[in-house]
Every structure is written in C-alpha cells, then in structure tokens.
Design a binder for this molecule. Structure first.
Ligand SMILES: *Cc1c(COP(=O)(O)O)cnc(C)c1O
Length: 381
C-alpha cells in the first residue's frame, strides 16, 4: 500500500479540510451581499492581525504580482531603490525594478547569513532611496532577515518606503507593520496561510497610500492601488472580478488564525522549526542558515557526503513526503523542507520519521527513531 503524500515544499503547503471546503462552495455573484460581507470582514481582519493602518488588498494573482504591485505604487521611473537580497527571491526584485527604469543598488551576503542593519543604515545614508525591499524569509536559503531591527533603521529615513516580501513568512514569522515600521507587506495564499495558490495579499501603510497619491497616474493598471481602493472600501463595487472561492478560503484561513491566536501561531512555528532543525541535525545533516537567523517556515538541509540528491528525494517521495531541491550553488547538495502553515504534530512526526526511513534506505542511517525522539522531546518542552 502506498503512503499518503505530504506536501513539504516551501509552498504550496497542505490545505486544511475546512479551507478546501470553502473552495468547493458554489460560486456566487461578486455582488452577492453575503460575499461582499465576507470580503469586507477578511480585509478588516487582515488589517487588524498585521497592525496595518492603511489598506489590505487580497487579490487574484501570485506573490510575484504582489512584488510588482509594491514597486508600482511606491516608486516612479528614475527613483533609487535599495534591494537587500538574501538569495533567489531577493534577486527577483532586481529585474522587476530595472524594467521599471529604477536605479537599483543591491546589498547581498553569503547564502545562509544576513545583511546587517548597520550596513543597511550606511547605504541609506548615502543617497535618497524612495524604497527599500527586504525578503523576510528567502526560500533559497532558509534565512530570516531581522525585520524589526531593519525597520528601526528605515524609520530614520522618512522618504523611504519599507517593502517587505513576506511570501514565505507572513502568518508564521512575527510581523506587526506598525511596530516594525513596515510600509508594504506582501505575500501569496499558498505559503503560511495554507490556502491553494492563486491569491496574493498586499498590505499598505498610510505612508504607502500617501506615496501612491503623490505619484499621479502610474503606468500599471491592474495593480494600481487607486483602482482597488474603492473596492476594498466597499466590495460591492466592481473593478475586476474577485477570486470569490479563494477569498472564502483565505477568510477561513484567517478564522483559523484568529481561533489559534496570532501570537500563539508565531510561537508554534518557532517551536516546531527549532524542533525540526534539532531533529535533522541529530542525523548528521546540516542546516544552511546560521543558528540565530533561521526561519521558522522552512529549513534548508545540506546532505552529508555521499547522498545522491535525485535518488534521495525519489525515495522520500516513495516514503510519503515531497520536498524541494536546492537552488543555484546548492542544487544537488541540499533539500528544502517547508514546515509552515496549518500542519500539526502528526505531520511533524511523520515528516521526521520519513526522513529517517529515506536516509536508512540510502545507507546513511541506522539508529531508527533517533531524530523522532529528538523532535518529540523538543516539542514536549
Ligand atoms: C514563493 C516566493 C515568491 C514568489 O511567489 P509566487 O506566488 O510563486 O509568485 C516570492 N518571494 C518569496 C520569498 C517566495 O518564497
């Protein structure tokens, strides 16, 4: 008999039954009063959970479109933008910004480490930047940027908009826009919200809305804040058809967050991640990210010598979990394991047990149950 397949890539993540049920509902008119009420409720809840004093835009599209919306509404051609890149998705902003005719400066660092807030402060002091982009968790490296500390730096530069790519972080890593000075927080539905792919979320602070207002007409159409602001205010209005069933699914995900308590959710992710990381390290595998900068949403795990990546991940799939491969210099040397969103203790234990079975089958592990033991001891602390 085949094992069930658990999706442990860094998005899409497992979709809880109650969220699936929302996607299976009969689709109604976008002006249906019940849907309008639900959409409005979702928008208000998101603003409240993430401490957003501006507007929340949950719209059809993916995380990449959310990145584009952030740049579109906060910069104009010829502006300077500072891109802090911790890996693959940080780099995605470079092409995106250059196509808009922005002058781009990039601060990067070795994969697995973070750019220091002091270095960012020095760079921001050199010239006027209209925006700075930081990826909260780059899935290529499994590193979490120190968003709060960076926010404290950016607050000193009143003409700079702080854009945070939270696609692999939001709803799992702590993010309070007001407290952390975040002006634009963006994500996709398929990562820590645990909804199917297809929806993105941009949350804009009051400062970001003011920036948009100062720009006049912008070249972008679908992702212009001003096209959507009247709809977010009153979802009975039409600009472009909302993804009705995905909006319901996102609303259900937010209901789950409210039931759990957002701070409890952040704490759960931290505990699970540290337990998972200790468990895999007990097997002789290495975690790429430096200990103090590890994400809670995924772990990027480097093989011991002599493991063939393709063979290992095939065996893992046979045993019942799907993980992602390493990127760039780490292709073939690492696998990426997502542990974010609506996963429970059963999922965590099964995942570690599956890794043990797969390592055993490639001849790299005998002491069965060792990592599961470490995981459970950590979870019970
Ligand atoms: C997944 C991801 C993206 C891209 O999101 P899509 O929904 O695939 O467009 C952007 N940034 C980060 C950090 C991601 O993890």
């Amino acid at each position: 008999m085949k094992n069930k397949r658990l999706v442990c890539i860094p998005g899409p993540t497992p979709v809880a039954r109650c969220i699936q049920d929302q996607m299976a509902r009969e689709t109604v008119a976008f002006g249906d009063p019940d849907f309008v009420r639900d959409y409005k409720q979702l928008i208000e809840d998101l603003k409240s959970i993430f401490d957003c004093d501006g507007e929340a835009f949950p719209l059809a599209g993916t995380g990449t479109l959310a990145m584009e919306m952030a740049i579109a509404n906060n910069t104009k051609s010829g502006d300077n933008v500072l891109i802090v890149s911790h890996g693959y998705f940080g780099d995605r902003f470079i092409d995106l910004c250059e196509r808009k005719g922005l002058h781009v400066d990039i601060i990067g660092c070795e994969w697995g480490t973070v750019v220091s807030p002091a270095e960012i402060e020095k760079k921001l002091s050199e010239k006027e930047y209209s925006a700075i982009t930081v990826t909260h968790v780059d899935t290529a490296t499994g590193v979490a940027a120190p968003i709060k500390e960076i926010g404290d730096v950016v607050k000193k530069f009143e003409n700079t908009i702080f854009i945070v790519d939270g696609v692999c972080a939001t709803a799992a890593e702590e993010e309070y826009m007001g407290d952390m000075g975040i002006d634009v927080l963006l994500t996709g539905s398929q990562k820590a919200f645990g909804v199917a792919p297809g929806l993105f979320l941009v949350m804009a602070s009051k400062k970001s809305l003011e920036r948009r207002a100062s720009l006049g007409t912008i070249p972008e159409f679908y992702c212009d804040y001003e096209k959507w602001l009247p709809v977010m205010e009153n979802p009975a209005k039409y600009f472009a058809t909302p993804a009705i069933n995905l909006i319901w699914a996102m609303k259900e995900s937010v209901e789950m967050i409210k039931r759990e308590g957002v701070q409890n959710r952040y704490d759960r992710h931290k505990k699970n991640a540290r337990a998972m990381q200790a468990a895999v390290e007990s097997l002789g595998l290495k975690v790429l990210a430096e200990k103090e900068h590890r994400a809670v949403t995924l772990s990027n795990i480097i093989y011991m010598d002599g493991v063939d990546d393709a063979q290992f991940r095939n065996i893992l799939m046979e045993e019942g979990i799907i993980v992602a491969g390493g990127l760039a210099a780490y292709a073939g040397k690492m696998f990426r394991l997502g542990h974010m969103g609506n996963i429970d203790t059963h999922d965590m234990v099964s995942t570690v047990a599956t890794i043990e079975r797969a390592l055993h089958r490639v001849g790299k592990h005998d002491d069965m149950g060792k990592a599961v033991g470490v995981l459970m001891s950590e979870l019970m602390k």
